[in-house]
Design a protein around this ligand. Structure first.
Ligand SMILES: N=C(N)NCCCC(=O)O
Ligand SMILES: [Zn+2]
Ligand SMILES: [Zn+2]
Length: 311
Protein backbone atom coordinates (compact mmCIF):
# COMPACT_ATOMS: atom_id res chain seq x y z
CA UNK A 1 0.00 0.00 0.00
CA UNK A 2 1.31 3.42 -0.90
CA UNK A 3 1.38 6.06 1.76
CA UNK A 4 -0.68 9.07 0.72
CA UNK A 5 -1.06 12.64 1.92
CA UNK A 6 -2.28 13.73 5.35
CA UNK A 7 -6.07 13.23 5.41
CA UNK A 8 -7.62 16.68 4.98
CA UNK A 9 -10.92 15.49 6.46
CA UNK A 10 -9.12 14.92 9.78
CA UNK A 11 -6.32 17.44 9.88
CA UNK A 12 -7.20 20.84 8.41
CA UNK A 13 -5.28 21.59 5.26
CA UNK A 14 -3.80 24.73 6.70
CA UNK A 15 -2.23 22.83 9.63
CA UNK A 16 1.18 21.23 9.65
CA UNK A 17 4.19 21.40 7.35
CA UNK A 18 3.73 22.10 3.65
CA UNK A 19 5.20 19.17 1.81
CA UNK A 20 3.84 19.04 -1.74
CA UNK A 21 0.13 18.12 -1.49
CA UNK A 22 0.90 17.15 2.16
CA UNK A 23 2.59 14.01 0.90
CA UNK A 24 5.09 12.07 3.00
CA UNK A 25 8.73 13.03 2.85
CA UNK A 26 11.11 10.71 1.03
CA UNK A 27 12.71 9.62 4.33
CA UNK A 28 9.29 8.54 5.68
CA UNK A 29 8.79 5.79 3.10
CA UNK A 30 10.79 2.82 1.91
CA UNK A 31 10.70 3.56 -1.79
CA UNK A 32 9.26 6.14 -4.15
CA UNK A 33 7.91 5.89 -7.69
CA UNK A 34 7.51 9.61 -8.16
CA UNK A 35 9.29 12.36 -6.24
CA UNK A 36 8.49 16.05 -6.14
CA UNK A 37 11.74 17.94 -5.60
CA UNK A 38 12.38 21.66 -5.29
CA UNK A 39 15.27 23.59 -6.80
CA UNK A 40 15.36 27.03 -5.18
CA UNK A 41 17.75 28.59 -7.66
CA UNK A 42 17.41 31.77 -9.73
CA UNK A 43 20.92 32.92 -10.55
CA UNK A 44 20.25 32.26 -14.26
CA UNK A 45 17.57 34.92 -14.74
CA UNK A 46 17.79 37.75 -17.27
CA UNK A 47 15.13 40.03 -15.75
CA UNK A 48 13.20 39.85 -12.47
CA UNK A 49 14.76 37.57 -9.84
CA UNK A 50 12.79 35.65 -7.22
CA UNK A 51 12.15 32.14 -8.58
CA UNK A 52 14.34 30.82 -5.77
CA UNK A 53 11.21 31.16 -3.64
CA UNK A 54 9.12 29.16 -6.13
CA UNK A 55 9.35 25.74 -4.47
CA UNK A 56 8.15 27.02 -1.08
CA UNK A 57 5.26 28.95 -2.66
CA UNK A 58 4.11 26.04 -4.83
CA UNK A 59 4.19 23.66 -1.86
CA UNK A 60 2.17 26.15 0.20
CA UNK A 61 -0.41 26.49 -2.61
CA UNK A 62 -0.58 22.71 -3.04
CA UNK A 63 -2.27 22.21 0.36
CA UNK A 64 -5.67 22.35 -1.31
CA UNK A 65 -5.09 19.56 -3.85
CA UNK A 66 -7.33 16.53 -3.47
CA UNK A 67 -6.49 12.86 -3.97
CA UNK A 68 -8.65 11.98 -7.02
CA UNK A 69 -7.99 13.42 -10.51
CA UNK A 70 -11.28 13.20 -12.47
CA UNK A 71 -9.72 14.42 -15.75
CA UNK A 72 -7.29 11.50 -15.83
CA UNK A 73 -9.50 9.16 -13.77
CA UNK A 74 -6.70 8.34 -11.37
CA UNK A 75 -5.90 8.65 -7.67
CA UNK A 76 -2.24 9.36 -8.26
CA UNK A 77 -1.11 8.94 -4.65
CA UNK A 78 -2.77 5.50 -4.45
CA UNK A 79 -1.56 4.31 -7.81
CA UNK A 80 2.07 5.35 -7.20
CA UNK A 81 4.17 6.08 -4.15
CA UNK A 82 4.56 9.82 -4.48
CA UNK A 83 6.80 11.71 -2.07
CA UNK A 84 8.26 15.12 -1.42
CA UNK A 85 12.04 14.79 -1.67
CA UNK A 86 12.73 18.28 -0.30
CA UNK A 87 14.99 20.79 -2.01
CA UNK A 88 18.26 20.37 -3.86
CA UNK A 89 20.91 22.70 -2.42
CA UNK A 90 22.16 24.72 -5.39
CA UNK A 91 24.95 27.29 -4.99
CA UNK A 92 23.42 30.74 -5.58
CA UNK A 93 26.82 32.31 -6.41
CA UNK A 94 28.12 29.78 -8.94
CA UNK A 95 25.87 28.65 -11.79
CA UNK A 96 28.26 25.89 -12.89
CA UNK A 97 28.43 24.42 -9.40
CA UNK A 98 24.64 24.65 -9.09
CA UNK A 99 24.11 22.83 -12.39
CA UNK A 100 26.48 20.08 -11.28
CA UNK A 101 24.73 19.74 -7.90
CA UNK A 102 21.30 19.54 -9.54
CA UNK A 103 22.46 16.85 -11.98
CA UNK A 104 24.09 14.87 -9.17
CA UNK A 105 21.05 15.08 -6.90
CA UNK A 106 18.70 14.10 -9.73
CA UNK A 107 20.92 11.09 -10.53
CA UNK A 108 20.75 9.96 -6.92
CA UNK A 109 16.98 10.19 -6.57
CA UNK A 110 15.71 6.78 -7.53
CA UNK A 111 12.28 7.92 -8.77
CA UNK A 112 10.70 9.78 -11.64
CA UNK A 113 10.94 13.46 -10.82
CA UNK A 114 8.56 16.38 -10.94
CA UNK A 115 10.89 19.27 -10.20
CA UNK A 116 9.68 22.63 -8.96
CA UNK A 117 11.97 25.55 -9.88
CA UNK A 118 13.73 27.70 -9.77
CA UNK A 119 14.50 29.40 -13.05
CA UNK A 120 14.66 27.57 -16.38
CA UNK A 121 18.43 27.02 -16.18
CA UNK A 122 17.67 23.93 -14.10
CA UNK A 123 16.09 22.07 -17.03
CA UNK A 124 19.57 21.37 -18.45
CA UNK A 125 20.94 19.27 -15.57
CA UNK A 126 17.55 17.58 -15.19
CA UNK A 127 17.61 16.60 -18.87
CA UNK A 128 21.17 15.35 -18.53
CA UNK A 129 20.02 13.11 -15.72
CA UNK A 130 17.03 11.62 -17.61
CA UNK A 131 19.18 11.14 -20.73
CA UNK A 132 21.60 9.01 -18.69
CA UNK A 133 18.72 6.62 -17.97
CA UNK A 134 16.78 6.79 -21.22
CA UNK A 135 19.07 8.18 -23.91
CA UNK A 136 18.08 11.33 -25.82
CA UNK A 137 14.49 12.23 -24.93
CA UNK A 138 11.56 13.89 -26.68
CA UNK A 139 10.79 17.31 -25.24
CA UNK A 140 7.47 19.10 -24.87
CA UNK A 141 8.39 22.58 -23.73
CA UNK A 142 5.64 24.98 -22.60
CA UNK A 143 6.91 28.55 -22.50
CA UNK A 144 6.39 32.06 -23.82
CA UNK A 145 10.10 31.94 -24.71
CA UNK A 146 12.20 29.73 -26.96
CA UNK A 147 15.02 29.34 -24.42
CA UNK A 148 17.27 28.27 -27.29
CA UNK A 149 19.33 31.45 -27.31
CA UNK A 150 23.11 31.10 -27.36
CA UNK A 151 24.46 33.36 -24.62
CA UNK A 152 23.52 36.35 -22.46
CA UNK A 153 26.35 38.74 -21.62
CA UNK A 154 28.68 35.95 -22.72
CA UNK A 155 27.14 33.48 -20.26
CA UNK A 156 26.26 30.07 -21.72
CA UNK A 157 24.27 28.71 -18.80
CA UNK A 158 21.23 30.90 -18.18
CA UNK A 159 17.46 30.54 -18.12
CA UNK A 160 17.27 31.61 -21.77
CA UNK A 161 19.70 28.98 -23.08
CA UNK A 162 19.08 25.51 -21.58
CA UNK A 163 17.58 23.88 -24.67
CA UNK A 164 20.31 25.00 -27.05
CA UNK A 165 22.88 23.55 -24.65
CA UNK A 166 20.82 20.35 -24.39
CA UNK A 167 20.72 19.92 -28.20
CA UNK A 168 24.47 20.59 -28.40
CA UNK A 169 25.07 17.96 -25.72
CA UNK A 170 23.05 15.38 -27.67
CA UNK A 171 20.65 14.70 -24.79
CA UNK A 172 17.50 15.60 -26.74
CA UNK A 173 16.00 13.60 -29.59
CA UNK A 174 15.98 16.25 -32.32
CA UNK A 175 13.20 14.44 -34.20
CA UNK A 176 10.80 15.14 -31.33
CA UNK A 177 11.16 18.67 -29.98
CA UNK A 178 8.20 21.01 -29.48
CA UNK A 179 7.65 24.41 -27.97
CA UNK A 180 4.09 25.32 -27.00
CA UNK A 181 2.84 28.83 -26.17
CA UNK A 182 5.61 30.84 -27.81
CA UNK A 183 4.79 34.53 -28.25
CA UNK A 184 6.12 38.00 -27.83
CA UNK A 185 8.94 40.00 -29.32
CA UNK A 186 12.22 38.34 -30.25
CA UNK A 187 15.71 39.75 -30.76
CA UNK A 188 15.39 39.04 -34.49
CA UNK A 189 14.07 36.62 -37.09
CA UNK A 190 17.27 34.64 -36.68
CA UNK A 191 16.04 33.43 -33.28
CA UNK A 192 13.37 31.42 -35.13
CA UNK A 193 15.78 30.19 -37.81
CA UNK A 194 18.27 29.02 -35.16
CA UNK A 195 15.50 27.34 -33.24
CA UNK A 196 14.27 25.48 -36.33
CA UNK A 197 17.83 24.45 -37.19
CA UNK A 198 18.17 22.94 -33.72
CA UNK A 199 15.15 20.77 -34.55
CA UNK A 200 12.26 22.46 -32.75
CA UNK A 201 8.70 22.72 -34.00
CA UNK A 202 6.65 25.59 -32.61
CA UNK A 203 3.02 25.75 -31.61
CA UNK A 204 2.55 29.40 -30.77
CA UNK A 205 0.05 30.82 -28.30
CA UNK A 206 -1.90 31.97 -31.38
CA UNK A 207 -1.89 28.37 -32.71
CA UNK A 208 -3.46 27.19 -29.46
CA UNK A 209 -6.23 29.74 -29.98
CA UNK A 210 -6.72 29.36 -33.74
CA UNK A 211 -6.00 25.66 -34.34
CA UNK A 212 -7.54 24.57 -31.06
CA UNK A 213 -6.59 22.15 -28.34
CA UNK A 214 -7.35 18.87 -30.12
CA UNK A 215 -5.14 19.70 -33.09
CA UNK A 216 -2.34 20.95 -30.82
CA UNK A 217 -2.52 17.72 -28.80
CA UNK A 218 -2.49 15.65 -32.03
CA UNK A 219 0.62 17.40 -33.32
CA UNK A 220 2.41 16.93 -30.00
CA UNK A 221 1.47 13.26 -29.69
CA UNK A 222 2.59 12.55 -33.23
CA UNK A 223 5.93 14.24 -32.67
CA UNK A 224 6.54 12.40 -29.40
CA UNK A 225 5.37 8.97 -30.55
CA UNK A 226 6.50 6.28 -28.15
CA UNK A 227 9.78 7.96 -27.27
CA UNK A 228 10.68 8.73 -23.66
CA UNK A 229 9.27 12.23 -23.11
CA UNK A 230 10.32 15.04 -20.82
CA UNK A 231 7.86 17.89 -20.17
CA UNK A 232 9.17 21.29 -19.12
CA UNK A 233 6.61 23.88 -18.06
CA UNK A 234 7.75 27.48 -17.72
CA UNK A 235 4.81 29.03 -15.88
CA UNK A 236 5.15 32.15 -18.06
CA UNK A 237 3.51 30.09 -20.84
CA UNK A 238 0.36 31.28 -19.06
CA UNK A 239 -0.96 34.75 -19.69
CA UNK A 240 0.16 37.20 -16.99
CA UNK A 241 -3.51 37.27 -15.93
CA UNK A 242 -3.12 33.57 -15.02
CA UNK A 243 0.46 33.80 -13.80
CA UNK A 244 1.57 37.26 -12.74
CA UNK A 245 4.20 35.86 -10.40
CA UNK A 246 7.01 35.26 -12.84
CA UNK A 247 10.19 36.95 -13.98
CA UNK A 248 9.72 37.57 -17.72
CA UNK A 249 5.97 37.95 -18.33
CA UNK A 250 4.61 38.28 -21.89
CA UNK A 251 1.07 39.32 -22.88
CA UNK A 252 -1.20 37.04 -24.88
CA UNK A 253 -0.57 33.71 -23.19
CA UNK A 254 -2.47 30.51 -22.52
CA UNK A 255 -5.14 30.19 -19.87
CA UNK A 256 -4.48 27.71 -17.10
CA UNK A 257 -7.45 25.71 -18.45
CA UNK A 258 -5.78 25.39 -21.85
CA UNK A 259 -2.47 24.35 -20.35
CA UNK A 260 -4.05 21.70 -18.12
CA UNK A 261 -6.10 20.32 -21.04
CA UNK A 262 -3.02 19.99 -23.26
CA UNK A 263 -1.18 18.20 -20.45
CA UNK A 264 -4.09 15.78 -20.02
CA UNK A 265 -4.00 15.24 -23.77
CA UNK A 266 -0.53 13.73 -23.32
CA UNK A 267 -1.94 10.86 -21.22
CA UNK A 268 -0.42 7.56 -22.27
CA UNK A 269 2.79 9.09 -23.65
CA UNK A 270 5.93 7.75 -22.01
CA UNK A 271 6.63 10.58 -19.56
CA UNK A 272 9.97 10.12 -17.81
CA UNK A 273 10.32 13.40 -15.94
CA UNK A 274 9.02 16.94 -15.77
CA UNK A 275 9.60 20.37 -14.31
CA UNK A 276 7.53 23.44 -13.46
CA UNK A 277 9.74 26.51 -13.36
CA UNK A 278 9.85 30.31 -13.12
CA UNK A 279 7.33 30.87 -10.32
CA UNK A 280 8.50 34.08 -8.64
CA UNK A 281 6.13 34.63 -5.70
CA UNK A 282 7.12 38.25 -4.98
CA UNK A 283 5.19 39.35 -8.10
CA UNK A 284 2.24 37.07 -7.40
CA UNK A 285 -1.17 38.08 -6.07
CA UNK A 286 -3.51 35.88 -4.06
CA UNK A 287 -1.33 32.85 -4.95
CA UNK A 288 -2.68 32.94 -8.53
CA UNK A 289 0.59 31.70 -10.01
CA UNK A 290 1.52 29.22 -7.31
CA UNK A 291 -1.97 27.69 -7.36
CA UNK A 292 -1.69 27.28 -11.15
CA UNK A 293 1.78 25.76 -10.78
CA UNK A 294 0.60 23.38 -8.08
CA UNK A 295 -2.16 22.13 -10.38
CA UNK A 296 0.28 21.73 -13.25
CA UNK A 297 2.53 19.67 -10.97
CA UNK A 298 -0.48 17.60 -9.86
CA UNK A 299 -1.36 16.86 -13.49
CA UNK A 300 2.22 15.86 -14.23
CA UNK A 301 2.14 13.53 -11.22
CA UNK A 302 -1.14 12.13 -12.57
CA UNK A 303 0.48 11.47 -15.97
CA UNK A 304 3.34 9.66 -14.26
CA UNK A 305 1.01 7.70 -11.97
CA UNK A 306 -1.19 6.33 -14.76
CA UNK A 307 1.90 4.59 -16.13
CA UNK A 308 2.18 2.53 -12.93
CA UNK A 309 0.44 -0.82 -13.00
CA UNK A 310 -2.89 -0.74 -11.19
CA UNK A 311 -2.48 -1.95 -7.60
N1 LIG B 1 11.75 32.76 -18.76
C1 LIG B 1 12.71 32.15 -19.40
N2 LIG B 1 13.01 30.92 -19.17
N3 LIG B 1 13.46 32.80 -20.32
C2 LIG B 1 13.27 34.15 -20.63
C3 LIG B 1 14.44 34.76 -21.32
C4 LIG B 1 13.94 35.95 -22.07
C5 LIG B 1 14.96 37.06 -22.23
O1 LIG B 1 15.52 37.51 -21.24
O2 LIG B 1 15.15 37.50 -23.35
ZN1 LIG C 1 9.65 31.79 -20.28
ZN1 LIG D 1 11.68 29.37 -19.95
Amino acid sequence: MNRGPVDSTRVPRFAGPATFARLPRLDEVERADVAVVGVPFDTGVSYRPGARFGPAAVREASRLLRPYHPGLDVSPFERAQVVDAGDIAANPYDIGAAIEAIEGAADELDARLVTIGGDHTIALPLLRSVAKRHGPVALVHFDAHLDTWDTYFGAEYTHGTPFRRAVEEGILDTEALSHVGIRGPLYGKKDLEDDRRLGFGILTAADVLRRGLDEVIDVLRQRVGDRPMYVSVDIDVLDPAHAPGTGTPEAGGLTSRELLEILRGLAGCHLVGADVVEVAPAYDHAEITSVAASHVAYDLIGLLAIQEKRA
